[in-house]
Design a protein around this ligand. Structure first.
Ligand code: NDP
Length: 345
């Protein structure tokens, strides 16, 4: 059995969805009420792979909302309680979606193994970041040529290069694609220098310097909503892959020959018959989902019950190749520009 732990993109959104689902006791509550709300198992589903294998899974809403990020203890409790619920339901492999995996890592929740009478078994959980990184790389490789960008001549900027997903994307770009130049952006300089050393390549630069040089920009950092970008200074054509969460780059990059692609989203080959991705506001919610969620499904299809993506900056090319091959085998594909009516030309 696979599990997905998710959450709403905002408090307002969470209240609207709770009301739709009939959770009236919390739908009308203020943020303090939501801070104390327990996780909810919202849906059970059966999914059949392209190979014919069937698996069962559950979607758990942690009742966390991004407005709680500054409330350290609340955020920690939300994530751990949702993980406890997944384990108590006997779920073999559960993906930590949205901010859940970032809270787990950044708040060092590894030291909180014991939740009441449950000792959390880490091998039952995955961040899903290996599949997300692989999907973003495939989206880049497939979509850049479609808009006239020759990868061999392309300069690619990775914003959030030192992150778990960003470092894996950099590793793949340097070793597997033959791109002309890799620009690496993050705030802290020391991890950037270490990454450059590991890759034996890539140029460390700032966001302002990277954007005008880049044919392709991979965004794998949660950027502040207030960030201002002058689209006149971008190359044309320019491919923007919005791999961060929440996905809001299409609001910022409107202009001729600027193509914004939702990064880290996959489509299943068949309708799944679930409601959970409507809650996540996918364009085709019967088939589309976050790649991190799909990783839990793929691991369950493969009977690979292990914390496949875990810790920070452990994603190897071999693991990306394994999850990528399994993803295709079971009927997932990365969404592309042609799937997005919102493409701006
Ligand atoms: P990490 O926390 O591991 O990495 C974040 C990276 O962004 C670091 O390199 C960090 O470096 C950098 N960063 C953060 N803020 C800024 C800033 N203001 N300017 C420049 N760089 C910045 O995160 P993950 O790799 O786990 O996840 C990356 C993003 O992908 C997140 O937004 C996450 O929510 C999203 N995600 C999306 C998924 C999907 O759509 N399928 C699945 C999983 C995650 P530094 O701190 O030095 O700046």
């Amino acid at each position: 059995m696979f599990g997905l732990i998710g959450h709403s993109t905002s408090f307002e959104d969470a209240k609207r969805k709770a009301s739709m689902l009939g959770f009236d006791h919390i739908a009308d509550g203020d943020l303090d009420v939501w801070c104390t709300a327990p996780p909810q198992l919202v849906e059970n589903v059966e999914v059949k792979s392209a190979t014919g294998i069937s698996i069962e899974g559950s979607y758990i809403d942690s009742c966390f909302v991004p407005e709680m990020l500054s409330r350290f203890k609340t955020a920690r409790r939300k994530v751990l309680n949702a993980m406890e619920l997944a384990q108590k339901k006997g779920i073999n492999i559960t993906a930590l979606g949205g901010f859940t995996s970032i809270i787990f890592e950044n708040f060092n929740l590894l030291q909180h193994k014991q939740i009441r009478n449950t000792s959390l078994e880490w091998e039952r959980f995955t961040t899903g970041n290996t599949h997300t990184a692989w999907v973003i790389c495939k989206q880049l490789e497939i979509n850049a040529p479609r808009i006239g960008i020759d990868l061999k001549k392309a300069t690619v900027a990775v914003i959030g290069a030192t992150g778990d997903i960003g470092s894996a994307v950099c590793r793949w770009l340097i070793n597997k694609t033959g791109i002309s130049e890799l620009l690496m952006v993050a705030r802290q300089q020391e991890p950037l220098a270490l990454l450059q050393k590991e890759l034996d390549g890539g140029t460390i630069t700032s966001l302002d310097e990277a954007l005008p040089q880049a044919d392709i920009v991979v965004w794998v950092a949660s950027m502040p909503k207030t960030i201002e970008i002058d689209t006149d200074n971008l190359k044309k054509p320019c491919l923007m892959i919005d791999g961060g969460y929440p996905k809001n780059l299409d609001e910022k990059f409107q202009g001729e020959n600027i193509y914004v692609l939702k990064g880290g989203i996959v489509e299943f080959f068949n309708d799944i018959g679930w409601n959970m991705m409507e809650l996540a506001e996918m364009q085709n919610p019967q088939r589309e989902m976050f790649a991190c969620f799909a990783e839990a499904m793929i691991l369950e299809f493969e009977k690979c019950h292990t914390n496949f993506s875990w810790g920070r900056n452990n994603i190897s090319l071999e693991k990306m190749e394994f999850i990528g091959a399994a993803s295709l085998k079971h009927g997932f594909s990365a969404i592309g520009l042609d799937k997005q009516p919102k493409v701006l030309t």
